[in-house]
Design a protein around this ligand. Structure first.
Ligand code: ATP
Ligand code: MG
Length: 673
């Protein structure tokens, strides 16, 4: 073993030892797969190993077989044609096959499950819900496609979708897929500026929106936002705006450009053929969350994406016919694309779509919805779990949740403390948790437990999915072996991978393939333990170096959140004269807990006990709220700037959920000096 690796391994062992001494150590707990689960799941431990090895040894053969899970108009004869460079980067899967995504998600189910519910829609107001069968879905999607076709939407055209979480969002996505148009969904919480930027970036001449959205009892002026966005663009930039009537609120309509969907739909039939698409024709563009910088227009294509989304949905959630599956994401994020719409519908599943928020009309809303619709599989984000945790157990335990059998997490590292709460309180100890690591860029889940096969460790995304080859490299790009910590790369392509940054292939190559030539660089830091389990430690940019010790922000945050008075924490580095970097912690307290200097000292002591003196926070700022993206992720790059007193250089803040939080943090920071 080379000396540097040995030093690192030693350090990790020391740290593990220190952690094991503390409460809620990161890697000491293992939740084994129950016999029940091993029996009922598609794959058990032995099958996982066999399938994983087959996928790694001969990806061609593996994917040639699994590509058949979707229906092809012309079967593929070529399977994998990919290169990560150095030099050119080109990714093609099933490249001579033809198919259509809407056909696979809708039409092919009509014969066997036309009367089965495809989408359960739960409105913001608990008195509103709908059940849409596959046959009804087919009629809606076809009618939508005809409305778009009448407005001259053609194969390859970009269509911007700016809708709330209503079934029409799924209809519009699938209508685009049916016609071969490329959708670009912009989350309904984004401002007119952010929307205008995304319409312009992909040159979209069509916009689909609603009069107003409804979230947590409040109206969101979607159409007015579209009007404001279009005023920022050239007068003829957009030809058509199709408006869904959601609330019936009054909006301005430009007669030459805008039409209500219900009026346009009266003019067309509900029969529309599916366009024959090549496997590598684009399906959608989606801009990343912007946690680290200006969002990128991630492009996904047809065949490989659908195969991968469907296959991961089936195996990771162990989805069985007749079950009700609920992913709480918004369709404005990739999770909504792959795991509310495309993956589940390709599998003929029943997928629940929720318009509202977890706290309205009460903090029990998630669990009320679970009981109302007998949800079996529930998939949400750590940010939601942490905020619900802050309100205690009673709002959860007063509901039944007896239908639940599997829980999932996505979006950020889940702190072991939150994992345990999710497992014990929400799942009553009987539901495995799949902590799924992936990115907008990866199209589907890459590292995750499979519930019948892989024992879980709270806070670890565990092991790679079939066909995924993770590598951990050091700063120089040397591939590390065994237990180690470094930067997470993926060595070879998988079918769901993004193909390019829309309109900027050079940026694609630069961003993902130039840091470590020949590998896909994820931008995330990662540790692998002695069992080969992967632990995402946060973004590489967020790794801090204190007196020569590399530390993931996730680790210090987990220690802070493990303190009973802390609800959330975000940690960043700041320049420190002696240590190189110091640890700056922003801490949100549980409701009812008052900040004080004593508490500050108590937290410092707590972190020293949990991780060790090396992780001692140098500064703790109590923060009523943390800056988050609209998908709920903490924006550490902004916190870094505040810690460095660079208030004027916060960078792109267009994806910030609540700008007031930032003003507040700056004010507190300034007052303290
Ligand atoms: P941008 O790329 O614009 O900075 P973003 O990375 O937040 O934004 P997404 O693609 O939505 O955009 O998020 C992917 C990232 O989320 C991953 O790279 C990782 O940092 C984090 N992530 C997602 N799931 C997990 C998970 N289960 N565990 C740890 N981290 C996760
Ligand atoms: Mg990212």
């Amino acid at each position: 073993m080379p000396p540097t690796t040995r030093a690192r391994t030693l350090r990790i062992q020391v740290r593990r030892h220190q952690r094991d001494a503390g409460r809620d150590a990161m890697s000491d707990k293992i939740y084994e797969v129950s016999r029940d689960w091993a029996e009922r799941a598609y794959v058990d431990a032995a099958q996982y190993r066999a399938m994983y090895e087959a996928s790694a040894a001969d990806p061609e053969a593996f994917w040639a077989e699994h590509g058949k899970r979707i229906d092809w108009f012309t079967p593929y004869t070529k399977v994998k044609n990919t290169t990560f460079g150095p030099g050119d980067v080109s990714i093609k899967w099933f490249e001579d096959g033809t198919t259509n995504v809407a056909y696979n998600c809708v039409d092919r189910h009509l014969e066997t499950r036309g009367d089965q519910v495809a989408i359960i829609w739960e409105g913001d107001d608990p008195s509103e819900s709908k059940r849409i069968t596959y046959r009804e879905l087919h009629a809606h999607v076809s009618r939508w496609a005809n409305v778009l076709r009448n407005r001259n939407v053609q194969k390859g055209d970009r269509v911007t979708i700016y809708l709330p979480m209503i079934p029409e969002a799924a209809y519009a996505m699938l209508a685009c897929a049916r016609l071969g148009a490329i959708h670009s969904i912009v989350f309904g919480g984004f401002s007119p500026d952010a929307l205008a930027g995304r319409i312009e970036d992909c040159g979209s001449r069509f916009v689909i929106t609603a009069d107003e959205g409804l979230r947590g009892g409040r109206k969101v002026p979607l159409k007015a936002n579209v009007d404001a966005a279009l005023k920022r663009l050239a007068a003829d930039a957009v030809d058509h705006v199709v408006v869904v009537e959601r609330t019936g609120g009054k909006v301005e309509m430009d007669p030459g450009r805008d039409v209500y969907y219900h009026a346009a739909a009266e003019m067309v039939t509900d029969e529309c053929p599916c366009e024959e698409m090549n496997a590598e024709d684009p399906l959608f563009i989606l801009y990343t969350s912007g946690s680290t910088g200006k969002p990128k227009g991630v492009l996904h294509t047809t065949g490989g994406y659908l195969v991968y989304a469907a296959m991961t949905h089936q195996y990771v959630f162990d989805y069985k016919d007749g079950e009700v599956y609920w992913c709480t994401a918004d369709v404005g994020w990739v999770t909504g694309h792959s795991y509310i719409v495309y993956g589940p519908l390709a599998n003929g599943a029943t997928t629940l779509m929720f318009e509202g928020v977890p706290t309205y009309p009460s903090i029990s809303r998630f669990w009320d919805v679970v009981d109302k619709h007998d949800v079996n599989i529930f998939y949400t984000a750590p940010t939601a779990i942490r905020s619900l945790m802050g309100a205690g157990e009673e709002p959860v335990t007063k509901t039944s949740r007896k239908s639940l059998r599997l829980l999932g997490s996505v979006g950020e590292p889940i702190n072991p403390e939150a994992w345990e709460w999710y497992h014990r309180v929400v799942g009553e100890g009987r539901c495995p948790i799949v902590d799924t690591w992936w990115q907008t860029e990866t199209g589907g889940i890459l590292i995750t437990p499979l519930p019948g096969a892989i024992a879980q460790k709270p806070g670890s995304a565990t092991l790679p999915f079939f066909g995924v080859k993770p590598e951990i490299v050091d700063a120089e790009g040397k591939v590390l072996e065994g237990a180690c910590e470094g930067n997470l790369c993926i060595a070879d392509s998988w079918p769901g991978q993004m193909r390019t940054v829309y309109g900027d292939h050079e940026r694609f190559v630069q961003t993902y393939f130039s840091t470590y030539p020949g590998k896909y660089f994820t931008g995330d830091g990662c540790r692998r333990d002695a069992d080969g389990y992967y632990w995402i430690t946060g973004r590489v940019d967020d790794v801090i170096n204190v007196s020569g010790h590399r530390m993931g922000t996730a680790e210090v945050e987990s220690a802070l959140v493990a303190h009973p008075k802390v609800s959330e924490a975000a940690v960043v580095g700041y320049p420190h004269d002696i240590k190189g970097q110091g640890i700056y912690a922003y801490v949100t307290l549980m409701s009812g807990i008052e900040p004080s200097d004593e508490l500050r000292a108590e937290l410092v002591k707590h972190v020293r006990q949990e991780i060790g003196p090396i992780a001692t926070p140098d500064k703790i700022q109590f923060a009523p709220g943390l800056p988050k993206t609209r998908s709920g992720k903490i924006m550490r790059r902004i916190l870094r700037k505040i810690a460095e007193d660079e208030f004027g250089a916060l960078g792109d803040t267009s994806t910030l959920a609540d700008p007031a939080v930032v003003d507040d943090l700056i004010e507190h920071r300034q007052n303290k000096r």
